[in-house]
Design a protein around this ligand. Structure first.
Ligand code: AKB
Length: 317
């Protein structure tokens, strides 16, 4: 019987991964935690930079598996680089050390930020990874290397995905660079216009949230013998530019207009690949995306409209 702790459960990915894990394992077997107060029966307040606090929950709740989602992403990481270092790497070391002591299974997300300017624009699984341009990227590539080393040296079963930009509407992303995609669709529905902080031709790897949740659970469900990559697996849903997303939205909302005013998000995006080759994930544990740019846009517009109709849930920027 698995007893799961999700760290960073209130974030964009946590808020959709948790219901999926609960549907699979039962609500009482999925303990959520974050560094914000939250009223929920199985929720525990947690600052993941404090190892003793994580250990307290592991002991109290007899945790066997941790999904460690807490992290400072790209734009925020450049504004607060030391915070990004402490949260992204400090908390990862806490979790890896505890995994070693308590024989826990770990999921930890890396990102396309692990690549850098010297990476080919179509990024293979094993390629140049020198993200010297961002603190965020440095924490991700360092984290990946330590995951692989904790596995090799101490036998820790830690698994990871290099998440592309994740697009969702239930909780819109904040503090990142690929955030533009979810906000473009959101603003198309709510305002009919959007000013994009990236150039129109900035092609990046993206993925719809349903694929992200499914990929994460499938990776963790895979037999250990199938996991050949212990740094982090390349994975993507599709690849597109803001202009291509604008065209896609216009098919469904013909009056939509987009303008382009690149700001310092662009300096971050320019270091990232346009496309990631995810053949190893496909071969090792059967990864297949289900959403492309068209089906993602349809699902997003539909979801945002339904959410706006429901007075119970409001989207706040
Ligand atoms: C960001 O834009 O910072 C994240 C990421 C790709 O890691 N979505």
């Amino acid at each position: 019987m698995e007893k799961i702790l999700v760290i960073g459960a209130l974030g964009q990915i946590g808020s959709e991964l948790v219901p999926a894990l609960r549907a699979k394992h039962g609500a009482e077997n999925v303990i959520t935690s974050d560094n914000k107060e939250h009223k929920e029966h199985h929720f525990r307040f947690l600052d993941a930079t404090k190892k003793a606090d994580i250990e307290g929950i592991i002991k109290d709740e007899k945790i066997t598996t941790i999904y460690h989602l807490a992290g400072i992403i790209s734009k925020k990481g450049e504004q607060e680089p030391l915070l990004a270092r402490d949260v992204n790497l400090g908390s990862l070391f806490n979790v890896l050390d505890l995994a070693r002591e308590y024989q826990l299974r770990i999921f930890w997300p890396s990102s396309i930020a692990a690549f850098g300017k010297t990476t080919p624009k179509s990024a293979a699984q094993h390629t140049i990874t020198e993200p010297v341009e961002t603190f965020y990227g440095a924490t991700k590539i360092a984290g990946e290397l330590f995951c692989a080393n904790y596995h090799r040296k101490f036998g820790v079963d830690v698994r990871s995905l290099r998440y592309p930009g994740i697009i969702s509407y239930k909780q819109l992303p904040l503090g990142g660079t690929t955030d533009y995609a979810a906000w473009m669709i959101h603003d198309a529905v709510t305002k009919g216009s959007f000013d994009c902080f990236l150039r129109e031709d900035t092609r990046l790897p993206l993925m719809y949230m349903d694929d992200c949740v499914r990929a994460t659970i499938e990776l963790m469900d895979a037999d250990a013998s199938k996991i050949n990559i212990r740094t982090s697996y390349n994975i993507q849903g599709f690849s597109c530019s803001p202009k291509e997303l604008e065209w896609q939205i216009k098919k469904l909302i013909p009056g939509f207009t987009a303008t382009y005013t690149p700001d310092d998000h662009q300096d971050i995006a320019d270091n990232w690949p346009s496309y990631v080759i995810d053949d190893d994930a496909r071969k090792d544990w059967g990864w297949r995306p289900q959403f492309d740019i068209r089906t993602m846009t349809v699902a997003m517009i539909d979801g945002i409209r339904k959410q706006l109709e429901s007075s119970a849930e409001k989207i706040v920027r």
